[in-house]
Design a protein around this ligand. Sequence first.
Ligand SMILES: NC(=O)c1ccc[n+]([C@@H]2O[C@H](COP(=O)([O-])OP(=O)(O)OC[C@H]3O[C@@H](n4cnc5c(N)ncnc54)[C@H](O)[C@@H]3O)[C@@H](O)[C@H]2O)c1
Length: 428
Amino acid sequence: MPSQLTAKASKFDVKDVSLAAEGNRRVAWAAQSMPVLRAISDRFARSQPLKGLRIGACLHVTTETANLMIALAAGGADIALCASNPLSTQDDVAAMLAVNHGMHVYAVKGEDNARYYQHIEAVIQTEPQFTMDDGCDLVTTLISKFPERLKTVVGGTEETTTGVIRLRSMQKDGVLTYPIVAVNDALTKHLFDNRYGTGQSTLDGVIRATNTLVAGKTVVVAGYGWCGRGIAQRARGLGAQVVITEIDPTKALEATMDGYAVMPMSEAAPRGDIFITVTGNSKVLREEHFLVMKNGALVANSGHFNVEIDIEALERLSEGEKSKPREFVEQYQLGDGRSVCLLGEGRLINLAAAEGHPASVMDMSFANQALCAEYLYKHRAKLKPGVHTVPHEIDAEIARLKLASLGVNIDELTAEQKHYLASWSEGT
Ligand SMILES: NC(=O)c1ccc[n+]([C@@H]2O[C@H](COP(=O)([O-])OP(=O)(O)OC[C@H]3O[C@@H](n4cnc5c(N)ncnc54)[C@H](O)[C@@H]3O)[C@@H](O)[C@H]2O)c1
């Protein structure tokens, strides 16, 4: 850790401040595809709904996140931001937010685990009153290591499936002491971000990491949730044979009826050329699977944490030095002449090797973040500690604004239709 990061003394810890100009250009480009967030930002600038609120954010530091941070600052908030994954930071964006916007930014792509947590603690040192988390590392660090800081925290938001699962288990254990809105549960978040965003950007990550041809390959997708559906759909679109593995019978049935081959990983392992885990679970790919994979199999993860692929097992099985034929590829020699290639250190491949979700889809996710922050701050006195769902009006408003930005018009209910739908007696 460089000396500049000494608790409150340092304003930021980024890789290189001279990258700010490049970050500025790329953030402006992303802004062009974020009309909903822009409309919210313009309103925030006029009405200042977050005036004086100190927000501590732990998010992937990307061009889209920068636009969210700028919108929140326009609404009057003071921002401290760290990365929600050691490998997802875009260093030019971190520099741009620190230099051009004077924000507290603590994020360096490739930081080790110790520095990752030091950065989370640096955000906590700014005494945030509101947490904006992606994966729940900020909230768990705050609650477990700095309980004295909780007194002034009024609320928070959580971006992703894994984070919401962790929050619900904290609530169950009675340790969640303030209200947090589960942004992931909004329809305008997971239907689009998890499915189309993760779908496209995960394939983008695999391709950028390897330059592999997907057509004709067998792509095994572990998990047929919102992200898995998107990845399977995009892999099929690129010409792959897609195999799904699941543990939930309903999701497995859905995958079967969507036309995919469904089987246990033990059967899929010898068939696959490319494996992508996206379950939110641990050790989905493990020793018994590596032992039967084809020579040169590509193994990647797009779930939140790097626990879905048992990397320790891969290390154990490998003989000699692993090689690094490309920036995000580690090739493990398994001793019998076969090799397995781990992509992006098993971290979310779409953010490690590509740029994460396109701005157009993050427009909706981050519109939810901004509006939920406003909602929670406004209603903080009456919201109880625990996990809260996104109010339907916010979800519907974001869908309306997004449709309008796309130039898509839809029908409205006639008075007669409203009456018909409201009446239980009109069956004929
Ligand atoms: N890469 C990204 O940018 C990105 C974006 C959004 C969400 N995520 C993360 O991706 C993960 C999945 O999110 P989601 O919204 O699709 O969740 P989801 O709950 O909709 O789907 C997860 C699926 O995995 C299945 N599953 C669990 N254990 C399994 C196992 N051992 N084998 C096979 N299937 C298993 C579950 O039954 C479920 O259907 C989470 O960790 C989430 O935080 C990543």
